[in-house]
Design a protein around this ligand. Structure first.
Ligand SMILES: C[S@@+](CC[C@H](N)C(=O)[O-])C[C@H]1O[C@@H](n2cnc3c(N)ncnc32)[C@H](O)[C@@H]1O
Length: 302
């Protein structure tokens, strides 16, 4: 493969005059994200382990680490959709191919992100084509018969992030049918076939700030983690020891399966994590949990 020409925009050399600090920061974050994305995709193409995104982002040369990390992850999540939309809209012509990664990151920002600091040549190019990109995206959704863009990710097996998002309903606070009705307002929801009270949402659904997550009516808990308490199948009235409890996903799951009856002894050695554990338990509506600061195998605590 011919080496890429290095005649690209040099983000650090370029002086961005005017604009707010937020605009300048967004401009640079896109360029830093594009460089990280290139390393990730090159590693992938050569079928060798790419450096982890975190290790690339946390190199000293990256200034705006948080924004860069978020942009890389989000662009990767939508990458196949972005590629398809750009190709169908003829936006990634030969002239722009050398900056393909910056085009992907910017297209992500324009279609799904914040659209700030749109001062660079690539930004202007994407903004000129914004309407055609948006209408192509809508056509894709219509053709696949999907209501939400996240669902397109499920139709894309090659998508980097095709894994679904699992949710465990905290039945101490809410029943599963109500949770489904609430979540269906924002995305597609299915019941998991194996784990009771577990819901499956399209990959990439971000619910971290959803009120049901914040008040612990639902937990963003993986399927494997949720199988543990189900496998134990504790009955109301049992006494159960959770030896490594924080942040409390399994502890609260046990409490729900025991319908709040019996006792769970939750051990956690890390003081900072104990606080998270106690907060999660308090919000979860479980009242039968006794906290211990650590668990020692040879210590009789029961
Ligand atoms: C992977 S996390 C547990 C996740 C948790 N079971 C859940 O489902 O949310 C492991 C936890 O065990 C704690 N831990 C490790 N050794 C411990 C010990 N001897 N006693 C109590 N907690 C310990 C760690 O501090 C950490 O918070």
């Amino acid at each position: 493969m011919a080496p890429r020409s290095e005649k690209k925009e040099k983000p650090r050399a370029r002086k961005i005059s005017g604009g707010s600090a937020a605009e300048r920061s967004a401009y640079f974050a896109r360029r830093e994200a594009a460089r990280v994305l290139r390393s990730v995709l090159q590693g992938d193409a050569r079928r060798r382990a790419a450096a982890s995104i975190k290790s690339l982002v946390y190199s000293p040369s990256v200034r705006n680490k948080k924004a860069t990390f978020a942009l890389v992850c989000q662009t990767l999540k939508y990458l196949q959709v972005l590629k398809d939309v750009l190709a169908a809209s003829n936006v990634l012509s030969a002239k722009w191919k050398m900056q393909a990664e910056l085009i992907y990151v910017t297209a992500y920002d324009v279609l799904f992100g914040q659209k700030i600091g749109m001062t660079g040549a690539v930004e202007k190019h994407i903004m000129i084509h914004k309407h055609v990109l948006e209408s192509t995206l809508l056509k894709f959704c219509a053709n696949k018969g999907v209501k939400f863009i996240e669902e397109l990710l499920l139709h894309n097996p090659s998508s980097v992030v095709a894994k679904p998002r699992y949710i465990r309903v905290n039945t101490l606070k809410m029943n599963t049918e109500c949770a489904i009705r609430d979540l269906e307002r924002i995305t597609k929801v299915e019941k998991d076939e194996m784990v009771p009270d577990m819901l499956v949402l399209p990959g990439g659904t971000d619910l971290h700030k959803h009120p049901l997550v914040l008040d612990r009516s639902i937990f963003l808990q993986g399927k494997a983690s949720s199988m543990v308490a189900v496998a134990l199948s504790p009955k109301p009235g049992w006494k159960v020891l959770d030896a490594c409890a924080a942040p409390g996903n399994k502890t609260t799951h046990l409490a729900a399966l025991m319908k709040g009856k019996g006792q769970i002894i939750a051990c956690e050695i890390n003081e900072r994590r104990i606080k998270h554990l106690e907060y999660a338990v308090k919000c979860s509506g479980a009242h039968n949990i006794l906290f211990k600061s650590f668990f020692l195998l040879n210590q009789v605590i029961l």
